[in-house]
Design a binder for this molecule. Structure first.
Ligand SMILES: [Zn+2]
Length: 353
């Protein structure tokens, strides 16, 4: 590790410890930026899912609020999972605000103030987890400080009827703005360094989120759900999506998540044909989700997640992580690729089967 990024982080850390920076009254002073991280890494390792990981650890997330229910009832469990992804090698930690919209939380019985508090808490849990990891050896590990990402799930996630996989809803621009802005503001005030506009089935909604974040001057990536190798879930072709995402200075990456992994190589290829932005991929493990019973069926395909992820890297994906049913072990495997392995993947693109 060399370069000013690390030194600056060390300075921030000192200032954090002193806790006397008037520009940072809440004390969340350790900062990372996407640009800084991107300079240091030829592969940015993303984290894995919160909801299905809570489930794997025995928490019942079968609820309209999904992982946001645990945010309310047992925040330490969420902090622990962020910590585990961090220790596994994730360079980006995405907070548990996917399902936690102000509207959704209020309808679940929270006061407006409590809803806002829970959304801020979701990001603080990321900050606390990386802080613990940093203190317990992360600082000396040579790894950069992970980026704290605010999670912006689609309106379909609030509906809680699996419509983030169909896009079967339609709001006006002002309705989308009204739904998304409050959570974005809270997360920005709490210190989100980038926003994950993710699991987006619809282009119109993604563009409204982009408009809001550009207005706020906040970095973000946009990740869509796909119905096949060439169409996002609402049915629009990749080429239309990439064409619409030009000239957005704060957009740092575009990609795919929460999608069957077998589509992903084809998707990466098509995304790369339409954009020069870094491509992010964090698909599901390969099992099938039943949106009605909110359960998973089937076993992962014969190819391992690691094997598939190598194909995505070879195809040009530069941010890789996991979505539903992947685990910290999957993240650890990706983070463990050597520089030689990555270089050889780039040289020998395996055939697309
Ligand atoms: Zn998912």
């Amino acid at each position: 590790m060399s370069g000013s990024g690390f030194d600056r982080t060390a300075d921030s850390r000192k200032s954090f410890l002193q806790g006397n920076d008037p520009s940072d009254p809440k004390g969340y002073h350790m900062r990372q930026s996407f640009e800084e991280l991107n300079k240091q890494k030829n592969l940015i390792v993303m984290d894995g899912p919160m909801g299905t990981e809570l489930e794997r650890r025995g928490y019942n997330v079968n609820d309209r609020l999904w992982s946001a229910k645990i945010l309310r009832d047992d925040p330490a469990a969420i902090r622990r999972i962020h910590y585990d992804y961090c220790a596994a090698g994730a360079d980006i930690l995405t907070c548990a605000s996917y399902q936690a919209s102000v509207k959704g939380l209020c309808e679940a019985g929270c006061s407006q103030a409590r809803a806002e508090e829970l959304i801020a808490l979701s990001l603080r849990l990321v900050q606390e987890a990386r802080e613990s990891w940093w203190e317990e050896g992360g600082r000396l590990s040579g790894r950069p400080l992970p980026l704290a990402a605010g999670d912006i799930g689609p309106y379909g996630a609030y509906l809680s009827d699996a419509s983030e996989y169909t896009g079967a809803y339609r709001l006006s621009r002002s309705e989308y703005r009204e739904f998304h802005l409050p959570r974005m503001r809270i997360l920005q005030e709490t210190g989100a360094e980038i926003f994950a506009v993710e699991t987006m089935p619809r282009l119109d909604e993604a563009l409204v989120c982009a408009e809001l974040l550009e207005e706020m001057g906040a970095d973000y990536w946009i990740s869509f759900t796909f119905r096949d190798e060439s169409h996002i879930c609402e049915g629009r072709p990749v080429s239309e999506v990439t064409a619409a995402l030009r000239d957005l200075p704060h957009l740092k990456a575009v990609g795919v998540n929460c999608t069957p992994p077998e589509y992903v190589r084809g998707i990466v290829r098509r995304l790369r044909a339409g954009t020069d932005l870094p491509i992010c991929v964090y698909p599901n493990s390969g099992e099938i989700y039943d949106g009605v019973t909110k359960t998973w069926h089937g076993v992962p395909g014969a190819q391992t997640f690691d094997g598939m992820a190598r194909g995505w890297y070879a195809e040009g994906a530069r941010l890789i992580g996991g979505c539903c049913r992947t685990t910290p072990d999957d993240i650890r495997t990706i983070a463990g690729w050597t520089e030689e392995e990555k270089a050889s993947l780039c040289r020998s693109l395996p055939p697309l089967d």
